[in-house]
Each structure stands twice: as C-alpha cells, then as structure tokens.
Design a protein around this ligand. Structure first.
Ligand SMILES: Nc1nc2c(ncn2[C@@H]2O[C@H](COP(=O)(O)OP(=O)(O)OP(=O)(O)O)[C@@H](O)[C@H]2O)c(=O)[nH]1
Ligand SMILES: [Mg+2]
Length: 224
C-alpha cells in the first residue's frame, strides 16, 4: 500500500483552514493573508493602513523564521499581535493560525491580517484560513516578478506595488509589470503605494472596507 503523505498532510491542513474561515466568518472577521518577498514592505503596508481602518478593528498574526520585530512594530500602534516563529519553515500553515487565533482576543475586530513568511514561493496557494490574499511586491524587486513567480500573483485578490517612490531610481518598468499582472490575473485589485505618501494607502484601506461589506453586509454575527 502506498500512502501519499504530502497529500494527506495538505488535506488535513485544508480541513483546519476551512474550519478557521467558518469560525471567523461567524464573527464577521475578514482574514487577509499578506504575502511577498522579504523586505517588500508587508509590515509597512500594515502600519500605514492602521490609522485609516482604526487600530481597534484590526488584529495581526506575524509569521517570521525568528524574532518579534514585526510584532513590536504593530504593538507600537496598539494593534494586538501574535508572533509565530517558524524557525526553518518557509510558510505558515493552518495549525499555526488556529493556535494563534486561540491566543488573540478578536472581540470587535473586523480584520485579521496574517503577515506570512517573506517569500514568493512557499506561501503561494496555501490555505491558512484566509478569505483574501494580498501580495506586496516592491518596485525594487524588478518588473519581471509576476512572470517569474506566477503562482502567487495568480492567486492574489490584490497586488500592492510598493515602494513606488523608488520606481525611477530602480528603473521599474511599470507598463510591462501591469500588463503581465493583467494577463495572469485580470480581477486583482492593483494599488500603488509609497511609505513617503500616507494617502497612497487610502485605496487599499477603501478596498478592504469594501471587501468586508461584500462578505458581511447582509450577515448577522453568529451567537456564542
Ligand atoms: N523608500 C521606501 N522604502 C520602503 C517602502 N516600504 C517599505 N520600505 C522600507 O523597506 C524595508 C522593508 O520594509 P518592511 O515593511 O519591513 O518589509 P517586510 O516585507 O515586512 O519585510 P519582512 O517581514 O522582513 O519580510 C524597510 O527599511 C522599509 O522602511 C516604501 O514605500 N518606500
Ligand atoms: Mg515584515
């Protein structure tokens, strides 16, 4: 008898992920998996949208190999944050998120952001209990990234083109980049951001509020 271990592990993960989605949906919380290369600006994006959405409506799960640097950055803005250290793991899984949610007080929260381990490969196409995927992709990484790492871009509900202020300095070919994304994922919301301009994050905050309403405007929170 041959047992496909990878398949049964991924089925067990997906079953837990589905349970998380169900439970968060019952609480009218939208869970967003934030992915992107190391240093692409994931934490910066989260920091920038806190004042726009309101710290009281947000909770964060941080995934990193080591350290609690990003957890501290979110806590400095009064956002309850749980840090997962994967040590050698190159992406988060649903069991880790289930454990993290148990430790977080989500009362009154509308958004649970999960900052995944910085990586354009491993976190792609993984179910961890998210309703939506955001990929943060900086101009400094180069305009060929969608073509070279299509899996993560194809599965994105929104792509944040970060570090737009560096566009000219790094020779970012925006039209090629946008055409490639449009081809592989025409429905993805595209937002250009720069940490030098807080208003550039408004479109992302607005999109998130819009998505929350799309999921929950007809819903009533589940009892208990
Ligand atoms: N010029 C510029 N720098 C930025 C921008 N966004 C982020 N940075 C810088 O890029 C570096 C990495 O930003 P982070 O937000 O920590 O990136 P991250 O994706 O969370 O990094 P990891 O969690 O380590 O994968 C920091 O030095 C930021 O200050 C931007 O829009 N413009
Ligand atoms: Mg980070």
């Amino acid at each position: 008898v041959r047992i496909d271990v990878n398949r049964s592990v991924s089925e067990a993960n997906d079953a837990i992920a589905e349970k998380i989605v169900h439970s968060l949906s019952g609480k009218m919380i939208l869970c967003i998996n934030v992915m992107g290369a190391p240093g692409s600006g994931k934490t910066t994006v989260l920091e920038a949208i806190v004042p726009q959405i309101g710290a009281a409506r947000i909770a964060v799960i941080q995934g990193d190999l080591e350290s609690d640097i990003d957890k501290k950055r979110m806590e400095a803005l009064d956002v309850p944050t749980y840090q997962i250290n994967t040590h050698s793991g190159c992406h988060l899984n649903a069991v880790q998120i289930e454990d993290a949610i148990r430790e977080l007080d989500l009362e009154g929260r509308r958004f649970l952001f999960i900052e995944n381990v910085g990586n354009l490969v491993c976190p792609a196409n993984k179910r961890i209990g998210q309703h939506l995927n955001i990929v943060v992709s900086s101009t400094a990484e180069g305009s060929d990234k969608p073509r070279k790492y299509p899996i993560i871009f194809k599965d994105a509900d929104a792509v944040v083109v970060s570090k737009h202020d560096l566009s000219t300095a790094v020779g970012f070919d925006e039209s090629t980049y946008l055409i490639d994304i449009q081809k592989m994922n025409p429905h993805a919301k595209l937002v250009k951001t720069s940490s030098k301009d807080s208003s550039s994050f408004r479109a992302l905050a607005k999109w998130l509020e819009h998505e929350w309403k799309r999921f929950y405007s007809q819903a009533r929170p589940a009892q208990g």
